[in-house]
Design a binder for this molecule. Sequence first.
Ligand SMILES: Cc1cc2nc3c(=O)[nH]c(=O)nc-3n(C[C@H](O)[C@H](O)[C@H](O)COP(=O)(O)OP(=O)(O)OC[C@H]3O[C@@H](n4cnc5c(N)ncnc54)[C@H](O)[C@@H]3O)c2cc1C
Length: 430
Amino acid sequence: MPKKIAVIGGGFAGTMVIRQLIDQGFKGEITRFHHGDSETLGPAYRADSGDLLLNVRSENMSAFPDDPEHFVRFLQHEHPGISHPRGFVPRSVYGNYLQSIWTETKSKAKQNLVRFDLKQEEFNHFKDFDSLVLATGNEQPRIPKELPKEVYQSPYYHGNPWNIEFNHIHNEHAIFILGNGLTMVDTVLRLRKAGFHQKIISLSTHGFNMLAHPEEELSVVPTQPKQTDLISLIHFFNQKRKKRSQAQFLLGVDTLRSQFSFWWQGFTPKEKRTFLKRLRHMWGTVRHRIPSSIAKMMDKERASGQLEVCAGKLLSVELHEDQLAIRFESSKQVISGHYTGLINCTGPETSIENMSNPILQELIKRRWITSDESSQGIEIHPEKLYVLSEAPMSIYAIGNLCKGTLWESTAIGELRTQAKLIAKGILSEK
Ligand SMILES: Cc1cc2nc3c(=O)[nH]c(=O)nc-3n(C[C@H](O)[C@H](O)[C@H](O)COP(=O)(O)OP(=O)(O)OC[C@H]3O[C@@H](n4cnc5c(N)ncnc54)[C@H](O)[C@@H]3O)c2cc1C
């Protein structure tokens, strides 16, 4: 069993790997490197996420794979008014939950004589540890190639959608959002809350609307696809889409979601490329959904014309004094306008070569981590989650960094299982 473990990142993933290590009987030293602004929260569940809601029902948000009711019990105890298992609670409440797990974890560590060290500094102690866990979370979105340097270095480009600098946004002009997924929805709600009531344009390749979680409590008998190559799966889901109501179809997707990782692993490189190019957004729309209360707010935004969702492509962005002149193509028309800012909601960078995180760059330089074949993360063992390389210590990756190998590797339901697996892997090392 390795004695010294370094965990890089202290969001949900880093916290739960440590918790699982302790619960599974680890004896030794754990050092956590985390440069977040609180002890355990990454950008998703910070206190300043205010009344933004989780996108997943409480009944599916337990931090422990073997105790699915853990989060609901926490709610019943701490927030009884919002403890319905099918409800969607504010993200800051989930942040409280994580804090409570972290506090309990520290005291369990003490009881079990596990030595704990928390460091805010950058990790560079490569020789000091037997195992390294990369729990670095989401990277900022890639800077779109259409943006010249003077634009992306200006205060009118908001490259971090989870930390928008509102003081650089003015009320007189419209706001431009690139991307049309969950982060766009969050951004619109946060802008409105911050008092920005002007028009918002959201541009994405397909302009799909985010779907809501069905309100009805239905049950569907899960049917399995007989073949899981990409074409057969498209055929399977198209058939289901035609035969079922939208709510039943979406519920069917939920029951099959955990299997997507196995299908993805069986895809040929060509199938993966096709999926990434043509189908990922469609799958994302049925797979990542929003509470119906939020969907109603977005419908209202669109119906009033205050939010315009466009399908198309960005053509150019220029800096004009304190505004951006943006041209884009949509419905075969070129549309030009002036905007007070561009907020990049295109989703986290997944190619490790393009990531700015110094630890990842150092590990690439040492050839201790490499990109997977589809450039969606690190090459890892699909079941054990350790990095396949000649590094002198064991290296594990969790969450977003595992997307290339597992595809579905973002939500709490996936991260909690990965945390358990990693702890088990570390404990089984000689
Ligand atoms: C806005 C948002 C809402 C979400 N809502 C839901 C939801 O409702 N339901 C759901 O199931 N999933 C949701 N997710 C997905 C997922 O649950 C979260 O992304 C989750 O917080 C990921 O945890 P993490 O620990 O991997 O990353 P993070 O929470 O990002 O934590 C990583 C931490 O590591 C730190 N770090 C990174 N590099 C270093 C380094 N070199 N040294 C030191 N520290 C470092 C970062 O500063 C960060 O604080 C959401 C994600 C986002 C972004």
